[in-house]
Ligand binder design. Structure first.
Ligand code: SAH
Ligand code: SF4
Length: 434
């Protein structure tokens, strides 16, 4: 989401006589687009801000701005010179990027500039993102902003405000433009894409996510469509049917589980039980046989007993996830969990539970990849492999990274690849089509 927001920021700035640079030593303005989801994300930003201060000596007029969730959460405290030796000139929340040119004027005249007002309408629908760090093949399209689910551990509803959806015509228009510019894969982004809803005032008809993704899939059969993230409580059969009948909607669904224990899920305010979650996985398997399923897991949430942790491991084994993002619980100030529960799982216990989860996932990912060995997968080429220029790398519909010898392929080519071997993270093979 931040990556996508930074493209909006680049667009607002380039429309106002600024340009981007790859070298921070050249920059007159440096923005850090920040994440508050876990404490370590914030610590990284604070360290980076500390490092950047030395650039001020070389460039006295340098402006440093903090954008995004940390701006929203820490507000004016970021502008106060802290004991950490950090000086920040601008603090701009995620709904205030249109105001950047005005804020720049303030900062350039030596004043501290701040706008952290959250909006209930802003979707930046009319701003064409500048794809400044793109591979030219895959791009993100933001379809909605904010979240009102209030999972008890999560800071997002506080830093990104009310949920709002973007006009579908502007989304389809952006997808079409990307396709015409050579892009072949887009990911529709939102905190909870299943609650996407756009009401037409003329006739009172609503466009939901299943309709939207189908409209985007129809831009071209050569445009792959992905989405992130969907909340299990409202992952509908209707959406699964739409995916099943559109082969260019990728066979990979990210369905954050968080915990395999119904009692933990209740404390997390996730609004589903482990049985509900299981039935959604079964529905995915029924509608889209062979679909890859990935997830998010939090280890060591408040009050998690060894039995509850075991239920998470059991559910992982049962679901056989292809991939997972795994985290230690990090208490966030102001959230429901911080107010209601003690962060009572010792750090060593959180660490060892996370290690167990990671170890199990590695086994599951390897098993999933081994299933592909000997099969042929369609790969969208993204570019040269990082390891060797003689190889190219791309992704399968299952969102697996596939590496194979370069026979003159170009980014954006679709290549049928015979998978010969694998690791837990990568499939290795050879192209069998031109
Ligand atoms: N809207 C998305 C999640 C965005 S945050 C969704 O609901 O799927 C991405 C992931 O970060 C979450 O799924 C969760 O696993 C993790 N996360 C969020 N808050 C956290 C916290 N306080 N501590 C640890 N992990 C957290
Ligand atoms: Fe956070 Fe829950 Fe909203 Fe995801 S759905 S952003 S985890 S509150």
């Amino acid at each position: 989401m931040n990556f996508s927001d930074s493209e909006i920021v680049a667009s607002v700035m380039t429309d106002n006589q600024y340009s981007t640079t790859q070298d921070h030593n050249e920059a007159d303005v440096i923005f850090l687009n920040t994440c508050s989801i876990r404490d370590n994300a914030e610590q990284k930003v604070l360290n980076r801000l500390k490092q950047l201060q030395s650039l001020r000596k070389k460039k006295p007029g340098l402006i440093i701005g903090v954008l995004g969730c940390m701006a929203e959460r820490m507000k004016t405290s970021l502008l106060e010179e802290s004991g950490l030796g950090i000086r920040v000139d601008m603090v701009v929340g995620p709904d205030a990027y249109r105001d950047l040119p005005q804020l720049m004027l303030d900062a350039e005249s030596g004043h501290k500039a701040i706008n952290i007002i959250l909006s209930s309408e802003e979707t930046y629908a009319d701003i064409t993102p500048v794809r400044y760090a793109s591979n030219g093949v895959s791009a993100f399209i933001s379809i909605m902003r904010g979240c009102e689910n209030f999972c008890s551990y999560c800071v997002v509803p506080f830093t990104r405000g009310k949920e709002r959806s973007r006009d579908p015509q502007t989304i389809v228009g952006e997808a079409r433009e990307l396709f015409e510019a050579g892009y072949r894969e887009i990911t529709l982004l939102g905190q909870n894409v299943n609650s996407y809803r756009w009401l037409k005032e003329e006739n009172g008809l609503a466009t939901g996510f299943p309709q939207l993704i189908e409209m985007v899939a129809r831009v071209s059969p050569w445009l792959r469509v992905r989405f992130a993230t969907s909340h299990p409580k409202d992952m509908s059969d209707e959406l699964l049917e739409v995916i099943a009948r559109n082969p260019n909607i990728c066979r990979a669904i990210h369905l954050p589980m968080q915990s395999g224990s119904s009692s933990v899920l209740k404390r997390m305010n996730r609004k589903y039980t482990s049985e509900d979650y299981k039935s959604r996985i079964e529905a995915i398997r029924r509608f889209i046989p062979g679909c890859a399923i990935s997830t998010d897991i939090i280890a060591g949430f408040c009050g998690e007993t060894p039995e509850e942790h075991q239920q998470t491991l059991d559910m992982m084994e049962w679901a056989g996830f292809d991939f997972a993002f795994m985290f230690k619980y990090s208490e966030r100030e102001g959230t429901l969990a911080a107010k209601k529960y003690d962060d009572d799982i010792a750090e060593e216990v959180k660490t060892s539970r996370l290690q167990e989860i990671i170890k199990l996932q590695q086994k599951l990912s390897l098993k999933s990849n081994k299933r592909d060995v000997g099969t042929v997968v369609e790969v969208l080429v993204e570019g040269p492999s990082k390891r060797s220029p003689d190889f190219v790398s791309g992704r399968s519909s299952h969102n697996k990274v596939v590496v194979f010898p370069d026979k003159g392929y170009k980014p954006g080519d679709y290549v049928m690849v015979k998978v010969n071997s694998c690791t837990a993270a990568t499939l290795l093979g050879e192209g069998i089509s031109d």
